[in-house]
Design a protein. Structure first.
Length: 127
């Protein structure tokens, strides 16, 4: 939520498919802050509905930009400590994701499996 506020956007944009520069930078800053806070790559990737290889790529990009790196470090420092018994590396989804914009992993998989009306798979054959 802090990354979304810093970029004047919403947490739903960070979790969504928007690839605009603002959304991508905000998402990468949030991923970097979570990584600096000690969360694992797979946990962060699941939270953002991304492949686990996206997280190191995003953190490398942010670490190359001093202003964004400083913002991620500030956000990570402001994150609350993990309460006892929650296990390191676990994001508390109930606190991090607004109820109106959250889709469960099962719902996301179902939505991906349903083709859009009029959409057909296109195959290209190399000759």
């Amino acid at each position: 939520m802090a990354a979304a506020e810093a970029f004047n956007t919403t947490p739903e944009v960070l979790l969504g498919a928007d690839r605009s520069r603002v959304a991508a930078d905000a998402r990468a800053v949030a991923m970097t802050a979570a990584r600096l806070h000690g969360h694992s790559l797979p946990t962060i990737a699941r939270h953002f509905d991304r492949d686990h290889t996206t997280v190191p790529q995003a953190t490398r990009r942010i670490e190359e930009s001093p202003p964004l790196r400083d913002l991620a470090a500030k956000i990570a420092a402001d994150l609350p400590e993990q309460p006892a018994g929650t296990g390191a590396g676990r994001l508390d989804v109930d606190e991090q994701v607004p109820e109106t914009g959250y889709r469960s992993p099962e719902l996301r998989e179902q939505q991906r499996a349903i083709p859009v009306a009029g959409e057909r798979a296109q195959l290209r054959v190399a000759r």
